[in-house]
Design a protein around this ligand. Structure first.
Ligand SMILES: [Zn+2]
Length: 134
């Protein structure tokens, strides 16, 4: 079972089969958003009163410490830590744009890209090696 942690407070974002995030929409309304811990699974759960449209840029926050999870490499991408059963950790980048399916799990020299829109962020840099693997 992959574990997911906030890169700011190192606390757990996974509860059962959900990753729990605090999310703000473009009207600065906040809600909780539950995502799948499976890379490449883009199903999500939210309360129906919290609304956003496909293509809307959301902001993801740690629900525990409140820190923004926006990555340093692109404003549309958030980043969390993933730790697998063997203790191997990866930085997982994912799109904060509603409906956009772009996920990148990076570990050392390797990058695993997933999602129908993964090609959208091939121009940003994690490093030269990252570009090579996408
Ligand atoms: Zn945190």
């Amino acid at each position: 079972m992959n574990d997911f942690r906030c890169p700011k407070c190192n606390d757990h974002l996974r509860v059962g089969d959900n990753l729990i995030f605090k999310v703000k929409n473009s009207r600065k309304q906040s809600g909780l958003l539950l995502l799948s811990p499976q890379i490449g699974n883009y199903s999500s759960i939210k309360h129906p009163s919290f609304e956003f449209k496909n293509g809307e840029i959301l902001e993801f926050f740690c629900p525990i410490c409140g820190s923004s999870l926006k990555s340093g490499i692109h404003q549309n991408l958030a980043m969390v830590w993933m730790v697998n059963d063997t203790g191997r950790s990866s930085d997982v980048y994912f799109s904060q744009v509603a409906g956009e399916e772009s996920t990148y799990a990076t570990h050392g020299d390797s990058v695993h890209a997933a999602g129908a829109d993964a090609g959208r962020y091939t121009y940003f840099k994690i490093g030269d090696k990252f570009k090579k693997y996408i």
